[in-house]
Design a binder for this molecule. Structure first.
Ligand SMILES: *Cc1c(COP(=O)(O)O)cnc(C)c1O
Length: 370
């Protein structure tokens, strides 16, 4: 039996490199609470992400949650259900109401033409997702936000290092929230960061990630604990040095998948976006059973039978979660519903060999005639 291939595999720097990076911690005994590694990584990320302001946090989810809290929002937030649980949960856990907007069928990001109809006098923000690292229609979203005076907070968990029109994606909207989870393109084991426009958010976010502590004898806000520790920041410093090779290896994999799968009838790939410098974070395919001859479930089963693990990423829609007790109607986002029932994320990580990519493609193509 062939070796098992997972949908992703966490990147690790050479062990010696990490050991060298953390060795000073045995001298300082400063393990968390905004130590030297934390400060250094924050500086490096300003450069890498090409942004003005960054606040590091313990994970992507807390970045979303605390950014919403920092902006002191009320009422409703327009978002999409074609995402990871975190996006919707961050809204609900802030006491805000998610309002689900449909997505575009070609790049799976929020459909800006459907946003305005959802705006009410209770709407305070839009939280779009740069899903799979695809960039939302930032210009259209910006126009709507200006017209209705709404905040825009991007869930950029998938979009680390992505550029649009030559600028880091973190420059668009009021804030962008990144995830550095082990499975993401760039990881700090667990970690996340917020990039933002208004510099006054820095203090607010800094305090919110440290219990709302403002001074030795003053707690000014009901904060959380979301500080990135020094071992995670050190992992980030190491991994950041490898970003070029990580992105190039991912690019080669995506190019091979596209070569093998783009002309296959019944398989839809994401479009290649104009003006976007990609990070090649994910490779989703959408299986149209009627044309392809096999369903998404059949393809998944066939791959798993041959030790290739794929994910229904994203299925189900967050709006259909049991946690929300059928409060939301999934039929109001028909495109998202359609895609979520047919999508499969294929394996992609720097170490994945082109030979394995070919094996995965062969297995998928075998399903055409099943
Ligand atoms: C991973 C992810 C998050 C959450 O990030 P964590 O670092 O795991 O907390 C949020 N949104 C999306 C779309 C994600 O994929």
């Amino acid at each position: 039996m062939e070796n098992k291939i997972f949908v992703t595999k966490a990147f690790l720097p050479p062990m010696e490199e990490y050991i060298a990076e953390i060795s000073s911690l045995w001298e300082t005994h400063w393990l968390t609470n905004m130590g030297a590694k934390h400060l250094k990584l924050q500086e490096e990320l300003i450069k890498y992400l090409d942004v003005d302001n960054v606040e590091l946090l313990t994970n992507g989810h807390m970045s979303l949650e605390l950014t919403l809290q920092a902006m002191n929002l009320q009422g409703e937030v327009i978002t999409t259900p074609f995402t990871f649980a975190s996006t919707t949960h961050a809204i609900v856990r802030n006491g805000l109401e998610p309002v689900f907007c449909d997505i575009k069928s070609d790049d799976f990001t929020i459909d800006p033409e459907k946003i305005e109809n959802l705006i009410t006098d209770r709407t305070s923000a839009i939280m779009p997702v740069d899903v799979y690292g695809n960039v939302c229609d930032v210009e259209a979203i910006d126009r709507i936000a200006q017209k209705y005076e709404l905040k825009v907070i991007y869930d950029d968990a998938h979009a680390f290092g992505v550029k649009y029109k030559g600028r880091g994606v973190g420059n668009y909207g009021d804030a962008s929230c990144f995830s550095f989870h082990a499975t993401k393109v760039f990881n700090t084991i667990e970690g996340g960061a917020v990039t933002f426009k208004d510099p006054s958010l820095q203090t607010t976010l800094y305090e919110l990630k440290n219990f709302g502590i403002h001074g030795p004898e003053e707690v000014a806000a009901v904060g959380a604990n979301a500080k990135m520790n020094e071992f995670c920041a050190a992992m980030g410093l190491c991994n950041l040095r490898h970003m070029n090779e990580i992105v190039l290896q991912r690019k080669a994999i995506v190019e091979r998948y596209r070569e093998r799968l783009s002309d296959v009838k019944g398989l839809q790939l994401s479009i290649v976006q104009k003006d976007v410098e990609s990070n090649y974070a994910y490779f989703p395919i959408v299986v149209d059973e009627k044309v392809f001859g096999s369903s998404r479930e059949d393809v998944m089963q066939h791959l798993e039978n041959h030790n290739v693990m794929v994910r229904k990423y994203f299925y189900p829609l967050t709006s259909s979660y049991k946690a929300f007790h059928r409060k939301y109607d999934v039929h109001k986002t028909p495109v998202a519903l359609h895609i979520s029932k047919r999508v499969l994320a294929l394996p992609i990580y720097p170490e994945l060999s082109i030979k394995d990519v070919d094996r995965i493609c062969d297995l998928i193509l075998e399903c055409k005639s099943i």
